[in-house]
Design a protein around this ligand. Sequence first.
Ligand SMILES: [Zn+2]
Length: 145
Amino acid sequence: MRKIIRNAIQCKHCGDTIESVNVHDYVTCSCVACGVDDGQDYLRRSYKKSPEEDFSDLSEYADISPCTPGEMLKEEFLIPRKVSLLSLMLKTDIPGYELETVMDGTGRIDKNMADQLADYFNNTSEFWMNLQKLFDEDKMKLQKG
Ligand SMILES: [Zn+2]
């Protein structure tokens, strides 16, 4: 996942560098040929003719690390349902040490755990396997840079 850390352009007509710092921050250059808006939420641009002719983009992004399946389990399932890790262990056949490694991000959700979680949370095993798969893919992308 990418996050905008700088929303800025340089006008090709007047040479001004303008930056939008927050969502309600609409800034134009001194010749008013172009403008930036929406801060770090979205790279909104205004320009006269076309982005290519009117400005150079100086925006910067940062890759933010993906949520681990354990974090998702905690934030999206355990906390909203007020289920403790211990009661999850007791009410499913997931071995405690396996659950703990998934929670601290070192372990993986395997087929057995996905089945157990699906039973307990009344969703599908695929959902949990997919969570693990998406995380693995994100992590691989980040490592490649
Ligand atoms: Zn300008």
